[in-house]
Design a protein around this ligand. Structure first.
Ligand SMILES: [Zn+2]
Length: 628
């Protein structure tokens, strides 16, 4: 085994379909694991990831995610993250709390900038200040207004309050919480506003001590900066300061159930939807252990629910028991377990059982009769497309690799087990071709013979908001103390926090945040190859780029001949164009057709201004495009 900078190189694998080498290293002293997708991409990405399974719904993982970015040992500013974001040439910089992990990714095209980001982020996660005022600012505190009324405040508290006022969010959360009862997934890692104020400062500090040690850290790297250079950096800056610590145990196994259940869960109500529930049927499919199992589950989910013409979506819509397929329907692949949900929103409470029956009857019919060839082809096409498509969606494509790698890696399965999708896709396609009853047998195994399932009815409860208010006001009363005896103490704390927040960081502190110099930046900008011609009378622009064999077509129609009144109807037209049938085809049939041959059709609206000396001329005042 090769040793370098305190690391053992555990394995080096060639990932031909990803044009990368996978270098897997483990830090000898602390056990910190690093996986580098080494390739020739100049957009390098790193992510510090920690397994952070919650034991309650106080949102401690989420509050910590916010708080570590509020100053650290070498960057003791109030908000280094903000300063860094302003002066870096990053292409991505964020932090996310998942139900079982917290991830801090960043990327840049400029090497010096990349290491600056890695330095500040690493210092934040391993050596944060976590002062009491940070906990009170980001987590929760009781604050008094001028007339002495006390309320609970806090950045995460208020963020989650917003989340918990959305009926769809609550309904979505319960697809997982019900089926994984008895595991950390029963709790809300983001925080339930009715529980967040229970979190103490000591618990918060302990959570960091337990879960942010390198023994529980997985570092994902992507791009062309040599592995050795990055390992040396990680060792010198951070890991050499740590000694051994006990490993964090894996996420507890879900107790197996043999009887299905029905649960009624209250959700927030608005005046006009007091009768409308969201009804899901949820299943536990199995463990996220390897890419093939995930691919099989993805295939079945795509066949059943991939588009409005897919058999289960079609049956749910045709039942007319609800307004639409519930937005959280589908497969969950980011947790230790694969979970599947199907359901409807806008259902009358007395129809809830009928929704369950519709789903079960449809699955029984599929298990018996199989799936039409067209539906199979559409599902395979769609999976192939979503696997191959290189897209930037709120960040670099490497984020997708990071998420895929962490799926299994977070649960001890090794980083490339869930990263590589082509071999898994080929294996699943071969099974599909070799066994005509393949999908039927999966439907039987996962749904019909598997009683680890719940029918969850989330209903609007008029008292939902009132109960939360009562609970919060009791927290505020407790904080005020008997007869308001803590009132003065609270006022002093409040003043203290305001003083810290209002005092700007000194110039000396601001100067600690590293920045790139002009010499670090490339002198040339990247150009997109363009070939400008005509197709008949229509100007045609072609860009030849590496897209994994996918062709993107966009037809732009100028709309500047419309009147200002007609402009108001454009958003409606854009939405209608891609959400109703085509000539001679119903919506269900046209969505099936589009799923079989395209990666999806969209009709976005673009405002535009005339650009002189450009050929072909940019339409003068806005376009509507059809793309797919
Ligand atoms: Zn947040």
């Amino acid at each position: 085994m090769h040793r370098t900078h305190g690391f053992d190189i555990v394995s080096v694998t060639y990932l031909p379909e990803l044009n990368s080498k996978g270098v897997f290293a483990r830090h000898r002293e602390t056990g910190c694991e690093v996986y580098h997708m080494l390739n020739d991409d100049e957009e390098n990405l790193f992510a510090y990831s920690f397994m952070t399974p919650p034991t309650d719904s106080t949102g401690v993982a989420h509050i910590l995610e916010h708080s570590v970015l509020c100053g650290s040992k070498n960057y003791p500013l109030k908000d280094p993250f903000l300063i860094l974001a302003k002066q870096s040439v990053k292409t991505f910089l964020n932090a996310m709390t998942f139900p079982d992990k917290t991830v801090y990714p960043a990327s840049s095209m400029v090497e010096a900038d990349y290491f600056n980001l890695m330095a500040v982020y690493g210092d934040s996660v391993f050596f944060p200040l976590l002062d009491r005022w940070i906990f009170r600012q980001e987590g929760h505190r009781v604050e008094m207004d001028e007339s002495g009324n006390a309320t609970v405040q806090g950045i995460v508290f208020n963020e989650m309050r917003g989340n918990y006022s959305s009926f769809d969010t609550i309904a979505g959360d319960w697809t997982i919480r019900s089926i994984l009862e008895g595991t950390p997934y029963t709790h809300d890692s983001g925080g339930d506003p009715a529980v967040i104020p229970e979190l103490t400062y000591e618990q918060f500090i302990n959570f960091h001590r337990t879960y942010y040690h390198p023994v529980n850290c997985r570092i994902f790297l992507y791009g062309n900066i040599p592995t050795e250079k990055q390992l040396a950096f990680l060792q010198d800056r951070f890991l050499s300061s740590f000694s051994k610590a006990p490993a964090v145990p894996p996420i507890s196994a879900v107790p197996h159930r043999t009887e299905p259940r029905t649960l009624y869960v209250p959700g927030p109500a608005t005046d006009d939807d007091s009768e409308r529930c969201t009804v899901h049927l949820n299943w536990l499919l199995g463990e996220v252990s390897d890419a093939e199992t995930i691919m099989e589950a993805n295939l079945v989910s795509e066949i059943l629910l991939g588009h409005d013409g897919a058999p289960l979506s079609r049956a749910l819509l045709a039942s007319e028991l609800g307004e639409d397929v519930a937005p959280s329907s589908g497969l969950e692949t980011e947790l230790r377990y694969l979970c599947f949900s199907a359901g409807l929103r806008g259902v009358r409470r007395e129809d809830a059982d009928k929704v369950g029956k519709t789903v079960l009857d449809t699955l029984a019919r599929i298990a018996e009769q199989g799936v039409p060839q067209d539906d199979l082809e559409a599902a395979v096409h769609s999976l192939d497309f979503s696997n191959r498509e290189i897209r930037r969606s709120h960040g670099p494509f490497a984020l997708i690799h990071m998420r895929r790698a962490l799926r299994g890696w977070n649960h001890g399965f090794g980083p490339d087990g869930t990263l590589r999708y082509i071999p898994a896709f080929d294996a699943v396609k071969a099974r599909l071709a070799g066994d005509p009853a393949y999908v039927q047998s999966l439907v039987k195994k996962w749904f019909l013979e598997n009683n680890h399932r719940d029918l969850v009815v989330v209903y609007p409860d008029q008292d939902y908001g009132k109960r939360l208010e009562e609970r919060l006001s009791s927290f505020a009363q407790t904080a005020l103390g008997e007869n308001g005896s803590f009132r003065e103490k609270l006022r002093a704390e409040q003043k203290d926090l305001a003083r810290i927040q209002e005092t700007p960081d000194s110039g000396d502190l601001l100067a600690k945040i590293p920045h790139v110099s002009r010499n670090d930046l490339p002198t040339m900008t990247e150009t997109v190859p363009s070939d400008i011609g005509r197709s008949g009378t229509v100007p045609l622009v072609r860009h030849e780029l590496p897209t994994n064999g996918i062709t993107y077509v966009e037809a732009a129609f100028p709309v500047d001949s419309l009147s200002p009144q007609e402009y108001l109807l454009l958003p409606l037209l854009a939405s209608v164009l891609t959400s109703c049938g085509m000539d001679g085809l119903s919506w269900v049939d046209s969505s099936a057709l589009s799923a079989r041959y395209t990666g999806g059709l969209q009709a976005p609206l673009f405002p535009a201004i005339p650009v002189p000396r450009v050929y072909p001329p940019v339409p003068p005042a806005g376009t509507i495009s059809l793309s797919g």
